[in-house]
Write a protein that binds this ligand. Structure first.
Ligand code: ADP
Length: 529
């Protein structure tokens, strides 16, 4: 059955459409309207009966179409088939969503921490109870292998659980007063309505990582998920309602990204924008937020170096760099982008790493054993192709892969390249695909210089058995996250965020809560009376 699935996917149209259509296609007739694999059809049926396949926006607790009935097609990147449609919304719907969030803020922000905590805990329980279906939805619209998708649900849900607990710890301070008749207090209060703009690579976790702490602190939200993966966002919102989170606290709009973004930026009722996505869009949002002096949290692109020193444990280095490089087919902002390998271990590492990469099974994420799904769309494949061509034209060599996979569509071969130099696009830009460039270096100083030679500063990795070196190098790397002898470091209990152009603010951990909290100083005078 799996063979048939793959051959039918190759024959399917490669068009990945993200267009607004003037005709409204009703949900029941629009779902899976082109050739679909039986696996995907089964998934759709199950999702439909679970009530999780939502195809409307959410404003003030009501599921609604775009006011002009325009829709966007959501496609399965593994097949190019249309999965569903969602509304193509714009400024009007966004302004209504903002009004709903603003109105609800007055009540939600006054609930007790215990009440908010209970709601979030219920939401977490529902996310976990539905982790299989949510994982299927992620695979369907995003393409990552099912096991990895279910892992994303658990990871995403962990933020809701963590912040359900953290809600109760939004402590203020009492400051020793400089004058005897005064008492100085510090209160922590929610910032207000938050605009939440998220990307397609983690359709669930990038939402919960923001909405968890926002709701825990008493904020309300208008979420704009990526138009490439809105279905997971809608299912997540549906479960927030089932969890008893009041209508208007969580609103979801999608459609015309710049129109929605501009409405969120222009509104004086929106007090904060939290964004994960490209550095280019992040800069636009930061500039746009200046007009109303909104707070911003930005989690932008990376260019993660992975430094393998001569003294590294080879197996640990191969396993760690492989896990980080090829997670989500290379489409995460903390994926290893450049592997810097010291001369003494270079040949051994290149050989062992290539052998491990060769074993990665590529295919439709619903197929058992597949660990490398498709890239998100044709543009993503073309970008990877252009980076590889640029490197070859400047002298780099292909050790493994280096072209589209014979499955066609948006599948690209897991690739290893050697003789990569610092001036190549593979080194300078975020690849966001399954290509691992190896760059040799001689000394620790040279590796540090190469690693820091970028405007990005999100994650870096080092592999060494020397404990002093691990401290020394971690301290001088200009990155917000450093993995030492470990390639997978993200967790809800630790701060995630970047230096330099990789962003502002931190997500997860106790620091993540600060992003949604205003600090208010209250001075009580004449207290000796
Ligand atoms: P990626 O290349 O990873 O898709 P983007 O930065 O383009 O990264 O997209 C991340 C999110 O930002 C998506 O939800 C996208 O729709 C949204 N977005 C893109 N352009 C704008 C914009 N001008 N204003 C607001 N949001 C935008």
């Amino acid at each position: 059955m799996m063979r048939r699935l793959l051959s039918s996917t190759i024959a399917a149209s490669p068009t990945i459409s993200l267009i607004c259509r003037s005709s409204h296609i009703h949900r029941s007739s629009a779902i899976f309207c082109r050739q679909m694999s039986s696996t995907a059809e089964d998934v759709a049926m199950r999702l439909k009966s679970s009530g999780l396949l939502r195809s409307q926006g959410l404003i003030a607790g009501k599921w609604i179409e775009a006011y002009d009935k325009k829709v966007i097609e959501v496609t399965n990147p593994a097949t190019g088939n249309v999965v569903s449609t969602v509304p193509c919304m714009g400024a009007k719907e966004t302004n209504d969503a903002i009004s709903a969030a603003y109105e609800t803020f007055s009540t939600w922000s006054k609930t007790t921490a215990a009440e908010r905590s209970k709601c979030l805990r219920k939401w977490y329980d529902l996310l976990i109870a539905h982790k299989e279906e949510l994982g299927q939805l992620i695979t369907l619209e995003q393409g990552k292998p099912l096991k990895e998708a279910i892992g994303e649900v658990a990871y995403g849900a962990s933020f809701v659980e963590y912040f359900s607990e953290e809600a109760k710890r939004m402590y203020g301070d009492i400051i020793p007063a400089p004058l005897s008749d005064r008492r100085l207090l510090v209160l922590k209060q929610p910032v207000g309505v938050v605009g939440v703009i998220t990307p397609w690579n983690f359709p669930l976790a990038m939402i919960t990582r923001k909405v968890g702490p926002a709701l825990a602190s008493g904020c309300t939200v208008v979420i704009k998920p990526s138009e490439l993966t809105p279905l997971t966002a809608l299912a997540t919102a549906e479960l927030s309602i089932q969890a008893g989170i009041p209508p208007g606290v969580v609103n979801v709009v999608m459609g015309n990204a710049s129109e929605i973004g501009n409405s969120l930026l222009a509104s004086t009722q929106v007090r904060k924008i939290t964004f994960t996505g490209s550095t280019a869009v992040g800069k636009k949002l930061m500039a746009g937020a200046a007009n109303t002096v909104k707070r911003v949290s930005l989690e932008l692109g990376g260019n993660a170096p992975c430094i393998v020193f001569d003294d590294a444990d080879l197996d640990v280095a191969v396993k760690g760099s492989l896990a980080s490089k090829f997670r989500n087919s290379g489409q995460t902002c903390v994926c290893v982008n450049r592997i810097l390998v010291q001369e003494g271990i270079y040949e051994k590492f290149a050989s062992a790493f290539s052998k491990a990469v060769e074993k990665l099974q590529v295919g439709d994420g619903f197929v058992d054993g597949v660990v490398q799904g498709p890239l998100i769309n044709e543009a993503a494949v073309q970008k990877v192709e252009s980076f590889v061509e640029d490197a070859i034209s400047k002298g780099a060599k292909i050790l493994l892969g280096g072209r589209r996979h014979n499955l066609g569509m948006t599948f690209y071969e897991p690739t290893v390249m050697t003789d990569v130099k610092s001036d190549m696009l593979l080194s300078r830009e975020e690849i966001f695909g399954p290509v691992a460039p190896l760059l040799p270096f001689k000394t620790e100083e040279e590796a540090i210089r190469m690693a820091n030679d970028t405007n990005a500063g999100l994650a870096a990795y080092i592999f060494t058995s020397n404990v002093q070196r691990s401290w020394r190098v971690s301290e001088v790397l200009e990155y917000g996250i450093v993995g030492v002898n470990e390639g997978l470091v993200s967790t809800e209990v630790a701060p995630f965020g970047g230096f330099k152009e990789s962003g502002i603010g931190r997500e997860g951990s106790k620091y993540g809560m600060d992003e949604y909290v205003e600090v208010k100083y209250v001075c009580l005078g004449n207290m000796n009376g």
